[in-house]
Write a protein that binds this ligand. Structure first.
Ligand code: NAI
Ligand code: MG
Length: 333
């Protein structure tokens, strides 16, 4: 029997390219796993009328962790019965922390010595998807609770204490004192009790500018759902872009690991997507389930190939998904 059971969900678009590539890398690294293949996403919805079938819930619940590709959410329309697959899974399994590390990798144009983590609250805010329209007026609810704010604040503080002991709470409590204020003050109430933690606060618009001007000032940043979604793409842009940015959705019981990028319909099916983000999501997954040596081995192999090439097009190279994947596999052998 394999030591680990892993659920694999390709999802949509380039998920069909980066997940198989990642699996081959895991195999080449000698990861002792049995895979349960599951489906989710917009393509599945169009064929079956639901984005996440029961078999996928079973697979997520009966494995040690899930590796997810990407899922499309069509813009500006909400087909009857559709829910965004990954947002649904985050909610259903209480995966309240979306952990998005941003670390300098050896790629052209990357800021040097960046090493920060964005911790995004993953279940609330505007992403509760409660929207209504009254004639020409549209309204969206944002939901912030004290419990969820405390939970994510504790998570971020714990993470910061394992790192450089610096936490920045990013917020917009100046304009939204009730919702953002609850988030901010609840977290500050907690961090006051954490000895040795250096906590600061920053308004989100300034945080966006500071990330671009001087990302090295940050260690761990915590923020509500939509701010985390946006600033983590911005942070990815500092160190090489979405082709290399990975994330983990973690809760008390389950973990779903995925790239920060989406289904990339503009390049899907062409064999040119960069699988690095997905491979590094697998590295986060391995660390999460305790296979830390293997995680380091794969991380090192990726860094070697990023340094020596071949590189994919998003990083200025000419390699396709296959050539890059083969190069990582060759490093592992
Ligand atoms: P995207 O992240 O899919 O793509 C943004 C840009 O980055 C595109 O130009 C794309 O070609 C490029 N890119 C992304 N990943 C790449 C990779 N691995 N290698 C090379 N280039 C890469 O974001 P976009 O286009 O805004 O959204 C497309 C769809 O994905 C939408 O339906 C959106 O809802 C969904 N989405 C899903 C996410 C998820 O499943 N977690 C996250 C973000 C978007
Ligand atoms: Mg996003």
């Amino acid at each position: 029997m394999a030591k680990y059971r892993i659920c694999l969900i390709e999802g949509d678009g380039i998920g069909h390219e980066v997940i198989p590539a990642t699996r081959r890398v895991l195999d080449a690294a000698g990861f002792d796993a049995e895979y349960v293949i599951a489906e989710a996403g917009y393509e599945y919805f169009l064929d079956h009328g639901t984005s996440v079938p029961q078999a996928t819930y079973d697979a997520v619940e009966n494995t040690d962790a899930t590796l997810f590709g990407a899922a499309t959410s069509p813009s500006g329309i909400k087909p009857a019965g559709f829910t965004g697959a990954i947002r649904h899974l985050r909610q259903k399994y209480g995966l309240y922390a979306n952990v998005r590390p941003t670390r300098t990798r050896p790629v052209p144009g990357a800021y040097e010595n960046v090493d920060l983590v964005i911790v995004r609250e993953n279940t609330q805010g505007l992403y509760v998807e409660q929207e209504r329209r009254y004639g020409d007026t549209a309204i969206a609810d944002t939901v912030i609770t004290k419990d969820a704010s405390e939970r994510i604040g504790k998570f971020a503080a714990d993470l910061a204490m394992k790192r450089d002991k610096r936490l920045t709470v990013v917020h917009k409590a100046n304009v939204l004192p009730v919702t953002q204020g609850l988030f901010l003050n609840t977290i500050l109430d907690h961090t006051k009790t954490v000895e040795g933690l250096n906590t600061s606060t920053m308004i989100v618009d300034n945080a966006a500018m500071q990330l671009v001007r001087n990302p090295r000032q940050f260690d761990v940043l915590v923020m509500t759902n939509m701010f985390g979604d946006i600033l983590s793409d911005l942070a990815a842009g500092l160190v090489g872009g979405l082709g290399i940015a990975a994330s983990g959705n973690v809760g008390d019981k389950f973990g779903i690991f995925e790239s920060v990028h989406g289904s990339a319909p503009d390049i899907a099916g062409q064999g040119i997507s960069n699988p690095t983000a997905s491979i590094l999501a697998a590295v986060l997954m391995l660390n999460h389930i305790g296979a830390t040596e293997l995680a380091t081995k794969i991380d090192n192999a990726v860094n070697t190939v990023l340094t020596e090439g071949p590189r994919t097009r998003d990083l200025g190279g000419t390699a396709g998904t296959e050539e890059f994947t083969q190069a990582v596999i060759a490093q592992l052998k």
